[in-house]
Design a protein around this ligand. Structure first.
Ligand SMILES: [Zn+2]
Length: 294
């Protein structure tokens, strides 16, 4: 259990983007399998071609299907039971934390991102994407996109299926939205990868911002999470490690090549999350060295 089970939301926090049917066999080998680059996609990790894995991926979770009119996600208890509700309620928690912390620490007013759940494929302000892309943030429409089938991919990569591990994924993408509000997200350039690249710095900062959310998410009267346990935090850390570039390169059967990194190593991602989690301070996430935080 993570969310306070009697917490009741006041309105929908996710858009159900519908999305087309999953294509049989996702195209791999085009490099960016299924992903049409129109705008800037900011991903959770790795190479989308690799995330397509064996070309199929798991079937969409039945729970993501929804009859018209029925909202399956009303209370914290729903979010403790269902991955789609967990994404939505994590969004509510993120809004509460960042509405307070972003003005206090960076002097920037928080404007909430859109959050969208989809299955299979979706069209976005950045172009068309498929579930194989993994979760991503599109700055053009200020939306984080999530297909809950990715949580199974995370487990195959060695991550955890624990609730905080999944919440970390949402918090990382909202971290990119925070960078968008800060005006720094455009520095990410997956076309110029490498261990010291701006792409890696932006990704590690998003991990650190996810840690900041976790730091505050169970504190104060606004908190909708029960106190985090050490075991939950360990699950998030384990998941940050699993999607490190070296880990993903190993899983794909390629050698570890830091020159191709876009998201940082397992150790860097672990440390980034923990830096934010332990301090709660944006200053401890200043991978770009801006010195802009209070
Ligand atoms: Zn990212």
């Amino acid at each position: 259990m993570t969310f306070k089970s009697d917490f009741r939301k006041s309105g929908a926090r996710v858009r159900r983007a519908g999305g087309g049917p999953r294509r049989g066999g996702i195209a791999v080998g085009g490099g960016l399998g299924g992903l049409l680059l129109v705008g800037l996609f900011i991903m959770l990790g790795g190479d989308p071609a690799m995330l397509a894995g064996d070309g199929g991926g798991p079937a969409p979770a039945p729970e993501a299907r929804q009859e018209a009119g029925a909202d399956p996600c009303e209370t914290g208890a729903d979010a403790n039971r269902r991955a789609d509700c967990r994404v939505e309620f994590t969004g509510i928690s993120l809004d509460r934390v960042w509405a307070e912390q972003l003005p206090a620490q960076a002097g920037i007013e928080y404007q909430a991102p859109e959050l969208a759940l989809f299955q299979g494929s979706v069209s976005t302000g950045c172009g068309a994407a498929e579930a194989a892309t993994g979760p991503f943030y599109c700055p053009a429409d200020r939306t984080g996109y999530f297909d809950t089938s990715f949580f199974d991919t995370l487990v195959r990569l060695g991550g955890s299926d624990g609730p905080l591990a999944q919440q970390y994924v949402v918090a990382h993408e909202v971290g990119h939205h925070i960078q968008n509000l800060e005006g720094t997200l455009g520095r990410s350039d997956y076309g110029n990868p490498g261990a010291d690249s701006d792409a890696v710095k932006i990704e590690l900062q998003a991990d650190c911002y996810a840690g900041i959310w976790a730091h505050y998410a169970d504190k104060g009267p606004e908190a909708i999470l029960e106190p985090l346990t050490d075991a939950q935090v360990a699950q998030a850390v384990e998941t940050a490690r699993a999607i490190g570039d070296d880990s993903i390169q190993r899983h794909s059967g390629r050698g570890v090549n830091p020159d191709a990194w876009t998201h940082g190593s397992s150790e860097q991602r672990r440390e980034a999350f923990l830096a934010g989690y332990r301090s709660g301070r944006m200053a401890s996430c200043d991978t770009l060295g801006r010195g802009a935080y209070r």
